[in-house]
Design a binder for this molecule. Structure first.
Ligand code: SAH
Ligand code: SF4
Length: 344
């Protein structure tokens, strides 16, 4: 199939697409529902196996609808931490990554929004890969569908893989709406988190989305001179906090600050005491992240992780600590793609 006319997202979100399919293909409306059920509920992506579909519908769907635009290139498993990393190949031969983490029997899918990332954060493997293109909303949905096929049930989705979701927000928004508003197997928006490094108007975009999706903000340092060094294309602190103000004013939801602990850079006493002030001002939740060291990148994980947690406890800041999961399988976003590219 060279250029399919429609994607699953078009079928779910655009009434006109359904009308076109019914008229052009002489397809009965219930055939569309059957087709979506096979994909969303039974995780069957092969039209030949969709036993209740008639020949005409199968032919029309195979010629006109984008099915499985991503192929699994490899799957790596880290048994001790129940983490799985999946490398996917796009139709135009780019590689992207997604990770599935298991916690108390619940599966969290971490998926990608772009191929590479233009934000070029220095500590991040994806940032070092360079940027190729945005992922389509359909490619994001298919990451979810493939993950669901692999683990049966995806409980939470975090858009924290490769890419900056707010630089591809139209597609991210369509993807989220297709997940939430499809009638076959709706996904709760409360189980979706978007993570941003801080780009212009992210608060406005979240407000415009109008869904109770969670927001995580990658703060990583409260000081501009450090942020500029490690996240050269992100907003400066005052712009970032203005966005937070706007968000808090309009959305009755706690924000989360993500904070990577990098040795000698983000883990200093001044940094952490300033982090506490900001977290307190916004009654924010802090997600401390143990830095996942990346081959070829010169940052090291902090040796003060425990001390910092004790300090946050003492200061009554609500926080969690994300340990280096999936380190053996290069768990940090973009690490696998980065290593393949680096060695080319
Ligand atoms: N672009 C968005 C979302 C993708 S990155 C953002 O930056 O928020 C998701 C999270 O992983 C971010 O908090 C990012 O800073 C973090 N991250 C990137 N590389 C990492 C590494 N090597 N170790 C630990 N966390 C990393
Ligand atoms: Fe992009 Fe996020 Fe990596 Fe920065 S940390 S380069 S914004 S994916």
């Amino acid at each position: 199939m060279v250029n399919p006319r429609y994607t699953l997202i078009d079928i779910i979100l655009d009434e006109q697409t359904r009308i076109n399919i019914i008229n052009q293909g002489k397809i009965k409306s219930f055939r569309i529902e059957q087709f979506l059920q096979w994909i969303f509920i039974h995780s069957y992506f092969d039209l030949n196996k969709m036993s209740n579909l008639d020949k005409l519908s199968k032919e029309f769907f195979s010629q006109n609808i984008e099915i499985l635009p991503l192929k699994i290139s490899s799957i790596l498993k880290e048994e001790e931490t129940d983490t799985m990393k999946i490398l996917l190949e796009t139709a135009d031969n780019f590689l992207i990554e997604m990770v599935i983490l298991k916690d108390d029997g619940r599966n969290t899918l971490c998926l990608s929004s772009q191929i590479g990332c233009p934000m070029a954060c220095k500590f991040c493997a994806t940032g070092n890969v360079g940027y190729s293109r945005n992922l389509s909303s359909s490619e994001m949905l298919w990451q979810f569908l493939i993950a669901q096929q692999l683990v049966k049930k995806v409980d939470n989705i975090v858009i924290m893989g490769m890419g900056e979701p707010f630089l591809n927000f139209n597609n991210v928004e369509r993807f989220i709406k297709a997940l939430v508003f499809n009638k076959i197997k709706p996904f709760s928006p409360r189980r979706i988190t978007i993570s941003t490094s801080g780009t212009k108007n992210f608060a406005k975009k979240m407000i415009g989305l109008g869904l109770p999706v969670k927001l995580s903000i990658s703060l990583h340092s409260p000081f501009d001179y450090i942020r500029k060094q490690i996240m050269p294309n992100s907003l400066n602190i005052s712009e970032l906090l203005n966005e937070c103000d706007l968000y808090i004013k309009n959305i009755d939801k706690r924000i989360t600050f993500e904070y990577i602990l990098i040795d000698g850079i983000t883990d200093t006493e001044q940094s952490i005491s300033e982090l506490v002030k900001i977290a307190r001002k916004y009654s924010a939740f802090v997600n401390l992240i143990s830095y996942n060291e990346v081959e070829g990148i010169n940052y090291k994980s902090s040796k003060k992780e425990k001390l910092i947690m004790i300090y946050l406890d003492k200061e009554n800041i609500k926080y969690s600590f994300r340990y280096k999961r999936g380190q053996k399988i290069k768990g940090a976003c973009g690490q696998l793609v980065w290593e393949r590219k680096k060695n080319q």
